[in-house]
Design a protein around this ligand. Structure first.
Ligand code: ARG
Length: 467
């Protein structure tokens, strides 16, 4: 299948542009030149192509690189166009470059070569985000904030504890991408169309020249498999889902006045002059949709493809490029937004006890003093309802939370038939009702108490250094 013959056979029918991936292949232009170089060097070393010819091919490839992708002759794809350009420059001998390979192993090699670079860039953004989250944690181990479940006030925590909850998730995203990288980093070159070749090629040599860790051994697997694209896109989609959670939290926190986003990561309204909107974070949140769409597009394209090469694979590739571009950009923006946001400590502290968020601590205290936890739960729930009724709100939305001592006393008389003091020291109850003391008391491993957060910061820093 030489480029020359193919052009004679398919010279511009109506499906020509539909067939062609030349425009999209700009992404792998540099990669293809590197692959051509490595292959040509190997062919010469193996005595398959004369040194002189290989030398002229390399010179031609350099000139083609200088001219750039836009100067390539027409072609069904970048591989064919570069081959044609080589032949145009050095004559028919240029056709020797395609000895002992096919566009099928060639394109698979180019995709892996380029994707390595893109995944490294995506990895950098996960590190930047982890750095930003860890720095927030370091600065805010004592910054009390309301913690939520079901978006309702649940228990007081700290900004450090919140930030580290995402640092852990992003750390696993880094690990998943690193694992994907390892499997991207294997060379399919030399698999040929799928069935190997009669020439005495050296696949390890081209793998080495191109910086791959090894080869994809089976030649049919090498030329046809795209599970590395799926795995990478899935890892990116998982990361985008983590990013969307960070974005959503910050959008809500900005809405409540807990955090001020830097102007660089905000936008305004074209009509309402007072507006400062968290648009960048909304876009970060939306990228999770793009990434999930990329996984879906890729999966659907690959599903049920028979061995070996099918042209469907050409359209599989673009899903991966789009996903890696969108997620990398979103990761960079998220890291910047986190690094530059200003936490409003007073607003956070003022609301940390809202919705009787210290109730669990009071129940824990009663349980620690011998009352069965379920009974304590019942009693504190009754106090919460009682206080909410007084303030005319539901327990979890009451501004002062109904977490007052009086309500607890009344509930004790009612539910336990005993005064509260007979179960627990009043001072201890007051402490349990205090959001900052409530946080400080939850010092179990991984918990929000400042001394429990310190080792979490240390492991975040250790992991950051090792990645
Ligand atoms: N451009 C194609 C791709 O991206 C590679 C060409 C393989 N073409 C072929 N007819 N076997 O997958």
């Amino acid at each position: 299948e030489s480029g020359v013959v193919r052009r004679d056979r398919f010279s511009g029918g109506p499906a020509r542009s539909f067939l062609s991936s030349l425009a999209a292949d700009e992404r792998i232009f540099e990669a293809d030149l590197e692959v051509d170089r490595a292959h040509s060097v190997m062919l010469a070393e193996q005595g398959i192509v004369e040194d002189d010819t290989a030398g002229s091919i390399l010179t031609a490839l350099d000139a083609i690189e200088v001219d750039g992708h836009d100067s390539l002759p027409d072609g069904e794809d970048v591989h064919e166009a570069i081959e044609t350009a080589v032949i145009e420059r050095i004559g028919e001998a240029g056709g020797k470059m395609h000895t002992a390979r096919s566009r099928n192993d060639e394109v698979a090699t180019c995709i892996r070569y380029r994707l390595r670079e893109d995944v490294l860039e995506a990895l950098e953004t996960t590190l930047a985000l982890r750095e930003a989250l860890t720095a927030v944690a370091e600065a805010h181990t004592e910054t009390i904030m309301p913690g939520y479940t079901h978006l309702q006030p649940a228990q007081p925590t700290t900004v450090a504890h919140w930030a580290l909850s995402y640092e852990g998730a992003v750390r696993r995203d880094t690990e998943r991408l690193l694992e994907a990288y390892e499997r991207i980093n294997e060379s399919p070159l030399g698999g040929a169309a799928f069935a190997g070749t009669t020439f005495e090629i050296d696949r390890e040599r081209t793998a080495d020249l191109l910086g791959f860790d090894g080869i994809v051994e089976n030649s049919m697997d090498a030329s046809s498999s795209r599970d590395f694209l799926l795995e990478t896109t899935q890892a990116l989609s998982t990361h985008a889902t983590t990013l969307s959670g960070i974005a959503e939290d910050l959008i809500i926190f900005a809405n409540r006045g807990f955090v001020d986003l830097a102007d660089d990561y905000s936008s305004t309204s074209s009509i309402m002059p007072q507006k400062k909107n968290p648009d960048t974070l909304e876009l970060v949140r939306a990228v999770a949709g793009d990434a999930a769409g990329g996984v879906q597009g890729l999966t659907t394209t690959l599903k049920g493809l028979p061995r070996a090469y099918n042209r469907d694979l050409q359209r599989a590739t673009t899903h991966a490029w789009e996903t890696v571009d969108a997620v990398t950009e979103a990761g960079e923006v998220a890291a910047g937004a986190v690094a530059t946001a200003d936490w409003n400590e007073d607003a956070l502290a003022a609301e940390a006890g809202d919705g009787f968020s210290t109730a669990t601590g009071v129940a824990d205290l009663l349980a620690a003093n011998g009352l069965p936890f379920r009974t304590a739960h019942e009693m504190v729930a009754s106090a919460a309802q009682r206080a909410a009724k007084t303030s005319g709100e539901t327990a979890s939305s009451a501004a002062d939370g109904g977490g007052d001592y009086d309500a607890l006393e009344a509930a004790a008389e009612d539910v336990l038939d005993e005064p509260l003091e007979s179960y627990v020291d009043p001072g201890a109850v007051e402490d349990a009702l205090d959001p900052a003391k409530s946080v400080a008391s939850r010092d179990s491993q991984g918990g929000p108490a400042p001394e429990a957060v310190t080792p979490q910061i240390e492991s975040a820093r250790d992991a950051l250094e090792s990645h």
